[in-house]
Ligand binder design. Structure first.
Ligand SMILES: Cc1cc2nc3c(=O)[nH]c(=O)nc-3n(C[C@H](O)[C@H](O)[C@H](O)COP(=O)(O)O)c2cc1C
Length: 190
């Protein structure tokens, strides 16, 4: 069956390095029949600046965020996907705020029972993929760590495609070897 892949493309640059890597990944995955949805997280309408830790999601049986904005719909799509891709530029040795603002709201896709010491999540068994690029060669391993740990904690498989020395926004388009590797990576993910 065709895999459902949701991609959180989290650079404010609509045609920069992240967007290019996402396009190449999608080309490969589509060639293998995957159904792909790309969300440009910088351009969603947010009612709050990230997760407000209201914990209302923990009082309901539904895996849904109670904040009724465009992220809510994205989270519902993430719960239905086989593969979740997060794509970000390196911003001061971390993911972009435009990714973090939505990633924290995945809180609603977990149910914790602190008394029993248990956790359930609709994300278990999915694949989490990180795509990231940086101008220089330092810091992508630091950026990758929280995503790898989140995947482990959640019971998700984890893969990453990290591009150091990618240049300034858009420069990656000339890097043919990366394009080929990324298309192949997309095919494999599907
Ligand atoms: C706010 C900001 C912070 C950045 N911080 C870093 C950094 O810490 N290390 C680095 O190598 N590049 C840094 N960069 C460069 C980008 O990570 C890099 O050019 C990336 O490939 C751009 O992707 P984009 O075109 O999708 O935005 C930064 C760029 C911006 C705008």
């Amino acid at each position: 069956m065709a895999k459902k892949i949701i991609i959180l493309s989290a650079s404010p640059k609509k045609d920069g390095n992240t967007a290019t890597l996402v396009r190449w990944f999608s080309r490969g995955a589509r060639a293998k029949g995957a159904r792909i949805k790309v969300i440009h997280t910088a351009y969603l309408k947010y009612k709050t600046p990230g997760c407000m830790s209201c914990r209302a999601c923990q009082k309901s049986d539904k895996y849904e965020c109670v904040i009724n904005d465009e992220v809510r719909g994205v989270l519902i799509e993430m719960a239905k996907a086989d593969v979740i891709v997060v794509a970000t530029p390196l911003y001061f040795f971390a993911a972009s705020a435009q990714l973090k603002v939505i990633f924290d709201r995945m809180f609603s896709l977990y149910k914790w029972d602190n008394a029993a010491g248990t956790m359930r999540t609709v994300l278990k068994g999915k694949m989490l993929i990180l795509i990231a690029s940086a101008y220089e060669g330092v810091g992508l391993d630091v950026l990758a760590k929280p995503f790898a740990l989140t995947a482990k904690y959640t019971g998700m498989k984890f893969k990453s495609f990290l591009v150091p020395n990618a240049g300034t926004s858009g420069e990656i388009k000339t890097k043919t070897a990366i394009r080929k590797r990324m298309i192949a990576f997309g095919r494999k993910a599907a």
